[in-house]
Design a protein around this ligand. Structure first.
Ligand code: GL4
Length: 792
């Protein structure tokens, strides 16, 4: 390893050891690790070709990868070797790990799920490709200026990306606009504009190097040659124009996954990566098949939300226009290949494109969508329409073009059946299935939480990393004092590390003995960070009034970004920061309560916070959080959850036991009913003196003395349009928090409850999720050989 690192330092970075920066060392180490991936990767590809196995294609607009050094080293079993090599070279492994930028090609849960799936597909030995966009700028960087969120561009690619292999020879022409000619029953699309999609491949190696798959990300390049004529005329801007326009397509990640961005560029991004991926997989298929009708036996294409829903029409277009398959047959074949995952019921997230726009950008696809519509109406008269008024509804398109549609938790799947796709579900009653989300145990316990991971391995061996259900054996330890002490000591160690980091990065001193209460996720009204901060104020009031009562000291930690155009979410951020300033400066409560909000929450920060959490906040309005995956990461790492019956919380509670979960709030059903009660929120506020006081304080400017009316709008909404029922759940949330306080005061009992969480979270491994997709949707097998290796 030492030689390999030095070789790369010299030959790839062009540096000698004496003049190398941490960056150079990090790139050299990454390249040395990448070298070790290549054999596994080639072997897997070769095996797939030879066996003719079916391949899975996971199409996703987002892959929220994070850092890769540690996970790669861990999966290859090279952590110790890397550490030793670097130590001998006088370098600090930890500092090198910290030097890596956090690859943030995603917004939140949806993108992180795709990254966990890539790890599980490789760990299970399922031949698979992830397909997405190689954004030049990932999710924006967040700073706070006077408590307000300020965004700046993220620039991960300004440094060398050591993990990827550029594939300039893999190129597809992607067309936009123009017109369609029909001639002797054949359609000819003449695009007005074309860009090139070029591939960049990142190998993804599973646990123990068992198998290697590829994450193929597309970058947009101009097709037209550089305009030398304009340049020579001195018109430099014109010379670069077409290039700049083409590159725009893979320039930035849209910073919101919960609104339907009605933007031409967004539509182009979606078609760009989807078309390139479909063309690529067809080319691979045709290299060893000559009958396109075999396609469904060879490929399973999964659409991660509707963003790649144009895959259906694109596949049909290629079959009809280039392979002479009749339209109806092409539609049927495409459907057999496609699966669609729905990730949200929020109406603002359901993609709809104006027919005029879609027809202008993708004229041939609009014709095909009409043909799909006709085919559906002919077979199922009265079926919900894809084209409604002047819009194309991508959810309906994805549903109709998929042989399976899945929700991401049991509750969410039921709601998908009862609400958005109720009518389609009646027509196609077997099409909707559930695949509850999962998380990879490699990143979310094994690498992020060394103290706990080592303790578990000491106790039950290492098998759990590849087979998380083995954690069940820890249930036997929940009465064992020595073990519980060791379990608590691991948590304590993580909390001390976090406290040090917070002292350094936020200049706030927190006590590791206090309860660490954490809510980290995108800022959204339905996730109710607002309710959390209101509860924090209420608690502070009562602590301040009676500082000598029996309190459980707490640190409230928040993390998360707001979409730049989401005004209310940005106000909530501002409020949390304003409240933090006031509370953290109160001398009376200084040993009882702190509020911390480190800026720029990302995967790396999650890896620091989750292992140190005592309490996990999963408090969304019931019916709104499709699944959640952060909830799983916390419980696996031995935090107790305070949560509503929403998304996967329901299943987590069933697995860890209701006695080890703090439940509160209205159910999804009650939420719907309550909204019909006239004046429900005013009534809830009036019934709660505690909440009335808090709202009054905010309204009067206690937390914003320089701008007392700052939150009038925000508070006014709670009185009159409390759509997310913050006011209705407030009292039950507050009371449950006090129960949490009480339980925390008995450390032995708390530890036993926390252990029950860790021990019973095995089912939430994304390995289990992927096996579900493989069985129910893709009809592919995990390699038997790999399975045996994994379960030891
Ligand atoms: C999301 C859901 O909001 C989240 O609950 C879920 O865990 C995730 C992955 O299935 O998908 N849907 C959208 S949109 N963004 C998400 O994070």
């Amino acid at each position: 390893m030492k030689e390999e690192i030095l070789k790369h330092l010299r030959n790839s970075q062009g540096k000698d050891a004496a003049h190398s920066s941490v960056y150079d060392w990090r790139v050299a180490l990454s390249l040395a690790l990448r070298d070790r991936m290549v054999d596994h990767w080639f072997r897997s590809t070769r095996e797939t070709y030879e066996s003719g196995a079916k391949r899975v294609y996971y199409l996703s607009m987002e892959f929220l990868i994070g850092r890769l050094v540690e996970d790669t080293a861990a999966n290859l079993g090279l952590v110790q070797e890397a550490k030793t090599a670097l130590a001998e070279l006088g370098q600090d492994y930890e500092a090198i790990v910290l030097n890596e930028p956090d690859a943030a090609l995603g917004n939140g849960g949806l993108g992180r799920l795709a990254a966990c799936f890539m790890d599980s597909l490789a760990s299970l030995g399922i031949p698979a490709y992830g397909y997405g966009i190689r954004y030049e700028h990932g999710l924006f960087k967040q700073d706070f200026v006077d408590g307000s969120q300020v965004e700046t561009a993220e620039t991960w690619l300004s440094q060398r990306n050591a993990w990827e292999f550029a594939r300039p020879e893999v190129q597809f022409r992607i067309g936009f606009g123009g017109h369609v000619e029909h001639h002797e029953g054949k359609a000819h699309w003449h695009p007005w504009e074309t860009v090139l999609a070029t591939a960049y491949d990142t190998p993804v190696i599973g646990w123990k190097g068992s198998w290697g798959n590829t994450l193929r990300l597309w970058s947009a390049k101009p097709e037209a040659k550089f305009d030398l004529k304009s340049f020579n005329r001195g018109d430099y801007l014109a010379a670069g124009r077409s290039e700049a326009l083409a590159r725009t397509i893979s320039r930035v990640l849209y910073p919101d996954d919960t609104t339907d961005a009605g933007k031409e560029l967004r539509l182009k991004q979606e078609y760009f990566f989807t078309a390139a991926s479909i063309m690529d997989l067809l080319r691979r298929f045709l290299s060893d098949h000559d009958n396109i009708r075999e396609l469904p036996n060879a490929v399973a294409i999964q659409l991660n939300d509707t963003h790649p829903a144009i895959a259906g029409p694109e596949l049909v277009r290629l079959m009809v226009d280039e392979h002479d398959v009749p339209m109806a047959e092409a539609i049927g074949l495409a459907r057999q290949c496609l699966g669609y995952t729905n990730h949200t019921l929020l109406p603002e997230a359901l993609e709809r494109w104006h027919i005029g726009l879609l027809g202008r950008v993708l004229p041939r696809h609009l014709e095909i969508i009409r043909a799909i519509e006709d085919d559906q109406q002919a077979k199922h008269p009265g079926s919900p329409r894809i084209l409604e008024q002047d819009h194309v509804r991508m959810g309906e398109l994805a549903f109709i073009m998929a042989h399976k549609v899945n929700g991401v938790s049991a509750l969410h799947t039921d709601l998908v059946k009862e609400t958005v796709f109720a009518d389609l579900n009646r027509i196609h009653p077997k099409r909707i299935v559930n695949e509850t989300n999962g998380i990879t145990p490699r990143r979310w316990l094994h690498t992020c939480n060394a103290p706990l991971s080592e303790l578990v391995t000491q106790e039950i061996g290492e098998g759990w990393v590849g087979d998380l259900e083995q954690l069940k054996a820890l249930n036997q330890k929940s009465g064992d004092r020595t073990f519980l002490d060791a379990f608590s000591a691991a948590k304590r160690q993580n909390k001390e590390q976090l406290a040090d980091w917070i002292a350094q990065s936020c200049d706030i001193q927190i006590d590791p003995a206090a309860m660490f209460d954490i809510q980290i996720k995108r800022i959204h009204e339905y996730k109710r960070q607002l309710m959390n901060i209101l509860e924090t104020i209420a608690l502070w009031n009562e602590m301040h009034d009676a500082p000598n009562a029996e309190w459980t000291p707490r640190v409230k930690i928040f993390g998360g970004k707001a979409a730049p155009g989401y005004h209310v979410a940005k106000q909530i951020i501002h409020l949390i920061n304003d409240v933090a300033r006031v509370i953290n400066n109160d001398r009376v409560t200084k040993d009882l309560l702190k509020v911390v909000y480190p800026p720029n929450y990302n995967v790396t920060m999650a890896e620091r916070l989750i292992p140190a959490a005592d309490l996990s906040e999963q408090i969304s309005t019931a019916g709104k959080e499709a699944s959640g995956t952060g909830n799983m990461k916390f419980a696996l790492n031995g935090a107790l959850t305070i949560g509503t019956l929403d998304g996967a919380n329901v299943e987590i509670r069933e697995h860890v036991g209701s006695e080890n979960f703090f439940l509160f709030g209205l159910t999804a059903q009650e939420v719907v009913e309550r909204r019909h009660v006239h004046g429900f929120s005013r009534a809830a506020i009036e019934a709660s003196p505690r909440l009335t006081r808090v709202l009054g304080q905010i309204f009067e400017g206690v937390f914003s003395p320089s701008d007392p009316s700052r939150y009038h709008g925000l508070i006014g909404t709670l009185y009159d349009h409390d759509y997310f029922l913050v006011t209705c759940d407030f009292d039950s949330y507050f009371d449950t928090q006090r129960r949490v306080d009480e339980v925390y005061r008995n450390p032995q009992n708390w530890a036993a409850m926390a252990l029950r969480n860790t021990a019973n979270m095995g089912w939430f491994s994304s390995d289990r999720t992927i096996k579900g997709y493989a069985r129910d949707i893709w009809q592919v097998n995990a390699s038997e050989k790999v399975r045996l290796e994994l379960t030891g």
